[in-house]
Write a protein that binds this ligand. Sequence first.
Ligand SMILES: [Zn+2]
Ligand SMILES: [Zn+2]
Length: 249
Amino acid sequence: MQMIADLHAHTLCATHAFQTMNEMAAAAKAAGYCALAITDHAPAMPDAPHIWHFANGNALPRVLDDVVMLYGAETNVMDTKGGLDLPQGHLAGLDWVVASIHSPCVPGLLTEKEANRIWLAIAENPYVDCIGHSEQENYRYDYDLVTKAFAKNHKVVELNAGSFSVRKDGIPNMKKLLTACMENGCHIAVDSDAHSAWRLQTALPPLYAMLEELSFPQDLIVNATRENLVKELELHGRRCAKEIGGILL
Ligand SMILES: [Zn+2]
Ligand SMILES: [Zn+2]
């Protein structure tokens, strides 16, 4: 198994990540990827860049070091109603938006009912593309119920390699979540969530092993083929879909 793109990666604009955008593009090229989404932390996270970072994509080229770049964000869930920390105008202008629960933004544990409410609301948010590392044990939700809503609304569930190394409590949940995705036809993305070039290039093999063990179908993995990725951007109504399709296909 080999992906053609990584759809969740961070850069030095948060100081707990270690590489520039150019270095991450070069690392993606060396890994054999044709596309890379830069999804730096949205402003509510400590150490995040200023909100202006997320409205300045015009300053950047579509292709960097032969890699098609998607300029996105990892937005933070801020409350139990699925509120996010970037306004709709910003989210609409981005190429790829991951929505994640991070403990500095939603402190404490959530009941399953609260976690269900969050993700069912985000399923209806037209500006969210992908659900980030949602297998965390502290934020368990009803995988069957919610992945049905994700599938219906074209939300992509992320299988996150960062979780595999730093959020180990959720590893058993990953398989349950993937099984629900398979049963309900919910698309997934296989991402590094890399905060360094090294992680971008080395983090995915444990996830590949899990997908192979489950015989997870390639047609549900949005970054398994160029065609899947372009089709997904079209399904999400992303403005970049046509331009990226013209380059990748
Ligand atoms: Zn995250
Ligand atoms: Zn991240």
